[in-house]
Design a protein around this ligand. Structure first.
Ligand SMILES: *Cc1c(COP(=O)(O)O)cnc(C)c1O
Length: 245
């Protein structure tokens, strides 16, 4: 399919997602402007991201440092980039240097990565970086994230020892088959209660990033403030580009 036709598809898919988010929020009496949509553009080429941008969207998410570092400079600098993947300490400096408009890192899962982010944000002299603490709510060993019972401790570390980071809330990834995601989302909400109690803050001050293409409406009904939607907007991911395309 020609690039322009694909692009139109992505913009239309964005509009459909916006509508579904609004309906899901209305169903549970929430305001849809309290639910941020992160358009997850990993593996997708710049022109298609640009079309979603031109349709009015400003918040995009990427998983891989190398990919974000290559794409961000080719796109407008009023994009709010969210980094949502596993982050290695030696990639923090290249990431923050190449992407001054990095808005949030959703995947802080231990003290060492928090410390490194804090240090590099201080060194490059940018505004404080928003962070979420990623929680492994499914117990799968392959998943990143702090264990639920280690969540308060890590959040306290961020808020007390990382002055260049702004703690904004918690993030989780549900089970791939969706059958257990309600449990995963419940666990994240429970972590939020514990964090808010420990920090003496209200629940509005602690975001929940949960919900992807297959479960974002459920996530919104369960209190998500940040849904990360990739394939429903951009189509299936292209890990292996076919020559014929
Ligand atoms: C890829 C990815 C998404 C988007 O997944 P879809 O199912 O395509 O919407 C969301 N969150 C994270 C952490 C991801 O890696």
């Amino acid at each position: 399919m020609a690039a322009s036709a694909m692009d139109g598809v992505a913009a239309a898919a964005l509009r459909s997602v916006l509508q579904r988010v609004q309906l899901a929020a209305e169903r549970c009496g929430r305001r849809s402007d309290r639910v941020r949509i992160v358009a997850v553009s990993k593996t997708k080429p710049v022109p298609i991201i640009r079309q979603v941008y031109d349709a009015g969207h400003r918040c995009f998410g990427e998983n891989y440092v190398q990919e974000l570092v290559e794409k961000a400079p080719q796109l407008p600098d009023d994009i709010e980039w969210h980094f949502i993947g596993n982050l290695q300490r030696n990639k923090v400096k290249p990431l923050l240097t190449a992407v001054p408009n990095l808005s949030m890192v959703e995947s802080v899962d231990d003290e060492k990565i928090a410390n490194q982010l804090d240090r590099v944000v201080g060194n490059v002299g940018r505004k404080p970086l928003k962070v979420l603490v990623q929680v492994n709510t499914s117990g799968e060993e392959t998943k990143s994230g702090v264990e639920p019972d280690g969540c308060v401790r890590l959040v306290k570390h961020v808020t007390s020892s990382c002055p260049n980071l702004e703690f904004h809330g918690l993030m989780t990834i549900g089970m791939p088959d969706y059958t257990s995601t309600p449990e995963n989302f419940k666990t994240l909400a429970k972590c939020r209660s514990e964090v808010c109690k420990a920090l003496g803050i209200s629940e509005e001050q602690c975001e929940l990033s949960m919900g992807m293409s297959g479960d974002f409406e459920l996530a919104i009904e369960m209190g998500s403030t940040n849904v990360r939607i990739g394939s429903t907007i951009f189509g299936p991911r292209e890990y292996h580009k076919k020559q014929s395309n």
